[in-house]
Design a protein around this ligand. Structure first.
Ligand code: ATP
Length: 584
């Protein structure tokens, strides 16, 4: 803008000076014309005084006459014609010069006017390069207008030429700038169009993907629903009580004497059969829902229970009973060890996974309590260490069997769950390991699902019961206190067997109230609930008797048609023997 203003002011100054020059020239012409008139009059007077005979002297140079006049009229009258002629020529020259200047000025003014009227040109002047701007010098008109006219005129003409060139450049620049603006605008418009079409395409693709995703989610939900229905049907077909048997590996602690064999007394010919061969004369075959061998891990055990854990999230009550003599692997199978998750941790992890999967539709809350039943007394294992153990009783509440006052801890994830289970284990161990083996530990996981839109709620619970060792009294040192403990354990295990048998036989009376344990599990065994008995067996020959008792207990728990198939001993005899051994 500054350059443009400077240029306009330069042009204005030049125009002013040119107008001044024009005025000056006009004044000189007027003077010359006056001189001419004067001379003409003078000549006329001379001719008049000399008569018509002297008229031929009119060809004398005017300058000479003029010079003579300047010499105070000393020249003779014969020089006047030549002076007049010279003056006339000078006048013609000046007229011509003036005419050219007028033309230049008119053209310059015209260009100036056009340049001022066209804002696009004015703006484009800003884009002129430095080199081009240098082509326009400042118009320096001599301050003294009396200086010789040709030099002033020449300078003015040069400046006009330069200004014209500058104007031309400016016009070229404007045109170029306009062209490039049009080109850029077109390119920009086409890029915008391209982006818009790309955006539309992507939006359409996104909508398609969203729709696909919704369809897949619906299909998945439907498939999951169908899967659960099939699992439920399968579970119903298998009966409400499933029995699986887990045979632990041989341990270095298993006594190997000359009287016993170092080889396992248990054979697993198929995934649902275990053969007890305590000696060469006897082979008893037991069929269960599944037999898990020594080489199989915790994962395989959990796979058998996954369907049951799913049904807890659907509102079923489920009970898993870990039954076997001390050292057979009940605690290992239920609780696991660090880095080797047992059934409880696997079930919790599965429930938290389910909760995450259904999170958009349902809110799933998981909580847990841990208690032990020792000498028919219930102890809360989640009490703070300094808290007094309250007297806890089992009641029938609106939501089923309850233990009012029992600590129930909410759990948001596995970290919290691990900490709670660890706390329960530590509390159980406070009475010493001996006491722990003579008490039942019950970990109960409560699952509540609330539908986010309908607010319909379903609740289920999963009892995991690490039963007291099922071995007979004769095995350890006998004190009156220990006798009392063992009798309490045996009584509760016998009642448990009776309850299971009554359920399997669809008996009208089920003796749930005969022990604290069965009373606690009343709404979670049989009928509208699901139960899994996990028999844990030692393969060591020195544990043959306990292993047999355990397998016989399993027989009790299974449906009547699933008992032993072959061997030298009748199933019925084994069954009665199992009952007797549990009651001893
Ligand atoms: N399937 C298995 N694989 C590897 N080790 C096992 C297995 N089962 C049990 N064990 C190991 O055998 C030992 C005894 O197991 P565990 O303590 O679980 O027996 P238990 O039946 O719970 O005995 P108690 O009644 O005294 O609690 C433990 O060291 C355990 O790690």
């Amino acid at each position: 803008m500054a350059t443009q203003a400077a240029q306009a002011s330069t042009i204005a100054v030049a125009t002013g000076h040119l107008k001044a020059i024009e005025g000056h020239l006009a004044q000189q012409v007027a003077t010359a014309l006056a001189n001419l008139d004067h001379l003409k009059e003078h000549k006329h007077l001379i001719l008049k005084s000399q008569g018509g005979s002297h008229l031929h002297a009119a060809g004398t140079p005017l300058t000479a006459i003029h010079n003579k006049e300047n010499q105070e009229g000393t020249d003779g009258p014969e020089d006047l014609p030549s002076k007049l002629a010279a003056l006339e020529k000078a006048l013609v020259d000046r007229d011509l010069l003036l005419l050219r200047q007028n033309e230049d000025i008119a053209s310059l003014e015209d260009q100036l006017a056009r340049a001022q009227l066209n804002p696009a040109r004015r703006d484009s002047a800003n884009q002129r390069t430095a080199t081009e701007r240098d082509l326009i010098p400042a118009v320096n008109v001599p301050a003294n207008l009396d200086a010789p006219m040709p030099a002033t005129m020449e300078l003015a003409r040069d400046q006009i030429v330069l200004l014209r060139k500058a104007l031309q450049n400016s016009q070229d620049d404007t045109r170029q700038a306009e062209n490039s603006r049009i080109e850029s605008e077109a390119a920009l418009q086409s890029a915008v169009k391209e982006l818009q079409s790309e955006l539309t395409e992507q939006q359409q693709m996104w909508w398609r993907l969203e729709a696909d995703c919704r369809n897949l989610q619906n299909l998945l939900a439907q498939a999951n629903h169908e899967k659960r229905m099939l699992i439920n049907q399968l579970l119903d077909l298998k009966g409400s009580i499933r029995v699986i048997c887990r045979v632990r590996p041989m341990m270095s602690s298993d006594a190997l004497t000359a009287a016993t064999s170092s080889s396992s007394i248990l054979e697993i010919p198929s995934p649902d059969t275990v053969i007890l061969a305590p000696d060469r004369t006897e082979r008893i075959v037991y069929d269960f829902d599944r037999v898990i061998g020594p080489s199989e891990g915790q994962e395989e055990v959990f796979n058998e229970a996954k369907g049951l854990v799913d049904s807890v999230a659907e509102g079923y009550n489920v009970c898993m009973l870990f039954f076997g003599p001390t050292g057979s692997g009940k605690t290992y199978t239920m609780a696991g060890r660090p880095g080797d998750l047992g059934m409880a941790a696997n079930a919790l992890a599965h429930l938290f996974r389910l909760a995450r999967e259904v999170d958009s539709k349902q809110q799933v809350r998981v909580s847990a309590s841990i208690l032990e039943i020792h000498n028919e007394q219930i102890n809360d294992l989640l009490l703070a260490q300094n808290q007094q153990q309250p007297k806890l009783e089992i009641k029938e509440g609106s939501a089923g069997v309850e233990v009012p006052g029992l600590t129930i801890k909410p759990m948001a994830g596995m970290q919290e769950a691990e900490a709670i289970m660890q706390r329960g284990r530590a509390a159980r161990g406070r009475g010493g390991p001996e006491e722990a083996t003579r008490s039942h530990l019950v970990l109960t996981i409560y699952v509540t699902c609330t539908h986010r839109s309908t607010e319909a709620t379903s609740s289920g619970k999963l009892h995991l019961v690490d039963l007291a060792g099922s071995e007979r009294l004769a095995k350890g040192a006998v004190t009156s206190e220990r006798t009392k403990e063992v009798q309490a354990v045996h009584k509760s295990l016998t009642v448990l067997g009776d309850v299971i048998q009554a359920i399997q036989q669809k008996s009208s009376h089920v003796p749930f109230r005969n022990s604290k344990l069965t009373r606690l599990l009343e709404d979670s065994i049989g009928f509208n609930s699901r139960t899994m008995v996990v028999l844990t067996c030692s393969p060591a020959s020195e544990d043959a008797s306990e292993t047999r008792s355990t397998l016989e207990f399993g027989l009790k728990a299974r449906k009547p048609e699933g008992l032993t198939r072959q061997g030298s001993t009748s199933p019925k005899r084994h069954f009665l023997k199992a009952l007797r051994s549990t009651n001893e």
